[in-house]
Write a protein that binds this ligand. Structure first.
Ligand code: AMP
Length: 427
């Protein structure tokens, strides 16, 4: 077969051999979030474009280059969500979730869309899990969110994580620093790329995020934002660090982590994994005290993170081999074509009893059915023939040991339960 249609560039199908790991990861995330008291939120696939231009920032890479924007029939501009914090905050304001309590803790597992250049670990539709703690301005909350992001990755099985933290100060601090940086960079204007020259006019701080080696060299000499943090910024930052130390979360201090979005304030952080090469960032987050007000809500402090699931799975693949599935399924085999209805009925009964049971609908030979049972890594083949049907018995073959014996139909479930372990409910 040749494929006339292929998935759109940068968008991946997840096939059954992969979705098992996805489900395991998602189940772990749901479990951990519940233990930490976070409630799940699911928002629509697209939103009004303005939600993102206003929150993420007009001159951010996401808004200026990466959004999938379209007009619907009523000429409303809509955008497939390129990040998840703004939609969650929109929902928080719309549904008056502040009424749930002074502190609102939400998490999500969701897809997002960015028109980036696809490469290993960088897709145009990808998935994230993340959490947002809304309502507390205090550094304990920043530390809790960072600890949550870190603990999840640990519990998923990742070691050698690097956590970098930084503070970009309050908007007031940044406004002061912006002037200093602008003066410094204006002197070097000719050496900057066209994009950065543009950003000198619109948002000079974003230049700190540059990947251009020449610009990075220039920036090494630039005044550091950390030197401009005021007393309150510093106290906040210090307490975040103290809390992390108290929680045994190892971290490094990055000179500055601007991160892609405009709405951060004070704490920013990133978690990366060395095995991932160029795209080594697993998780990013920070505090965004101004966002809810920018979107029309009451002034409400908040802090959150987002972790890229594809990258977590890539890192897990490189570091921890996928555990082999232990055989536990049942394959019900028709010894002759005349018993196929009995086979289908028995498979249904076994499923009702909690087993995974399959049978052949291709009318294949007994030998071919046994081969299929082995290929599917089943624990047992349950074989029915005319004779067995008459005597209300079946043959049960243990596909690991090869041992075969007759079992009464009415004691089959308990026999299988005892020899194959408890019925699986995990997936
Ligand atoms: P961001 O929303 O840009 O802060 O990204 C948070 C995390 O999402 C990153 O650390 C990555 O793990 C993941 N991520 C970001 N962009 C992509 C992408 N294009 N493809 C796959 N994962 C991504």
């Amino acid at each position: 077969m040749t494929a006339e249609y292929r998935s759109v560039r940068g968008m991946r199908d997840l096939l059954p051999e992969e979705t098992r790991r996805w489900r395991e990861l998602e189940n772990s995330v749901h479990g951990i979030m519940a233990r930490w008291g976070y409630g799940e939120i699911r928002t629509p696939v697209f939103e009004q474009t303005e939600l993102f231009t206003r929150s993420v920032g007009e001159d951010s890479d996401i808004v200026s280059k990466q959004m999938y924007t379209f007009q619907d029939r009523s000429k409303t501009s809509l955008t497939l969500k390129p990040e998840l914090t703004a939609p969650v905050m929109r929902a928080y304001i719309q549904h008056r979730l502040d009424r749930m309590g002074v502190l609102t803790k939400l998490y999500y597992i969701d897809s997002l869309f960015r028109r980036e250049r696809p490469q290993a670990g960088r897709l145009r539709q990808f998935r994230q899990f993340g959490a947002e703690a809304i309502g507390s301005p205090h550094p304990e909350q920043d530390a809790e969110i960072i600890a949550l992001a870190f603990r999840i990755l640990k519990e998923l099985g990742l070691e050698s994580l690097t956590l970098q933290i930084s503070s970009i100060g309050s908007p007031k601090t940044r406004a002061r620093y912006r002037d200093v940086l602008l003066r410094f960079l204006s002197d070097q204007r000719d050496k900057l790329s066209r994009t950065s020259q543009e950003r000198l006019k619109t948002n000079p701080l974003r230049i700190l995020d540059t990947k251009d080696p020449e610009e990075r060299r220039i920036l090494r000499e630039a005044p550091s934002l950390l030197d401009y943090l005021d007393h309150e910024d510093l106290a906040h930052y210090r307490t975040v660090k103290e809390n992390l130390t108290g929680l045994d979360i190892p971290f490094e201090e990055a000179p500055i982590l601007v991160r892609g979005l405009d709405y951060y304030s004070r704490t920013t952080f990133e978690i990366s994994h060395p095995e991932l090469g160029a795209q080594n960032a697993l998780c990013g987050g920070g505090r965004y005290d101004g966002l809810i007000q920018d979107l029309g809500g009451e002034p409400t402090p908040a802090v959150g993170f987002a972790t890229g699931i594809e990258r977590v799975l890539l890192a897990l693949e490189k570091t921890t081999p996928s555990p082999a599935e232990s055989p536990r399924d049942i394959y019900v085999v028709a010894a002759t074509g005349t018993v196929i209805q009995a086979v289908s009925k028995l498979a249904a009964q076994l499923r009702d009893a909690g087993f995974t049971a399959q049978f052949d609908t291709l009318r294949r030979s007994l030998k071919a059915q046994m081969r299929e049972a082995n290929r599917l890594n089943c624990a047992h083949a349950v074989i029915i023939g005319e004779e067995e049907l008459g005597s209300e018995q079946v043959q049960v073959k243990n596909l690991t040991t090869g041992q075969q014996l007759k079992v009464k139909m009415n004691s089959l479930v308990s026999y299988l339960a005892n020899s194959a372990g408890p019925p699986s409910s995990s997936d």
